[in-house]
Design a protein around this ligand. Structure first.
Ligand code: SF4
Ligand code: SF4
Length: 203
């Protein structure tokens, strides 16, 4: 229901603005907009300044991928297609050869992808990364299916990780390496007192 007082109706009350106040207010908004800086970006003539960690395209580091299938299983759009085969690797000294997965196919269909980043979050082996590149529009929707070679080419555009916070905790790897180095360091031989020498004050 409309409140008659909002329209200055007789039942509502006596509050009526000055004549022309609305016009002045509108002109003030127009003037403010005219004098403020435009936020329109003239793309593609001027490249937009995007944050370095924008979600543009997904890059694949093939050598890190162990074909664990986690990304494909967690993708809500089911737009990651992976295929692999097993290969035997002879290990010197081992009784039996080891088996390893070899990646045959790793495709992402960017016409279905919703850029949620779940695949990158869940990958336990740092095989997937965001690249800020976004200029890969195609005339044919089928060309938005990027295979492993195409996804691998995006790795060159992945920005380096941010610098380590000097006040933050050291990485687990650094702590483990420091502990290992300390354990491997030779222990100096204990200094033995000369026979008959004063053993010093008893503690
Ligand atoms: S960003 Fe999301 S939708 Fe796109 S491939 Fe990864 S998990 Fe699937
Ligand atoms: S989660 Fe990572 S390691 Fe596993 S299949 Fe996907 S990209 Fe490869």
């Amino acid at each position: 229901m409309n409140d008659p007082s909002e329209h200055g109706g007789a039942a509502g009350g006596t509050e009526r603005g000055l004549p022309g106040a609305g016009l002045v207010k509108g002109l003030a908004v127009t003037l403010k907009t005219m004098t403020s800086r435009s936020t329109t970006q003239q793309y593609p003539d001027v490249a937009p300044e995007l944050p370095p960690r924008s979600r543009g395209v997904i890059a694949l580091s093939e050598e890190n991928c162990t074909v664990c299938m986690l990304c494909a299983r967690e993708c809500p759009d089911w737009c990651i297609y992976i295929d692999s085969h097993k290969e035997e690797v002879a290990v010197p000294g081992a009784a039996r050869p080891r088996q390893r997965n070899v990646l045959d196919k790793f495709d992402i269909d960017f016409s279905l992808c919703m850029y949620c980043g779940i695949c990158i979050e869940v990958c336990p082996f740092d095989a997937l990364y965001w690249s800020p590149e976004f200029e890969y529009a195609e005339y044919d929707i089928k060309d938005l299916l990027h295979d492993k070679d195409h996804l691998g080419q995006w790795m060159a555009t992945v920005p380096p990780p941010p610098a380590h916070d000097p006040n933050g905790e050291p990485a687990k790897e650094e702590t483990a390496a420091a502990r290992k180095a300390a354990a491997a360091r030779p222990v100096p031989p204990a200094v033995r007192p000369e026979p008959g020498a004063d053993p010093g004050p008893a503690s």
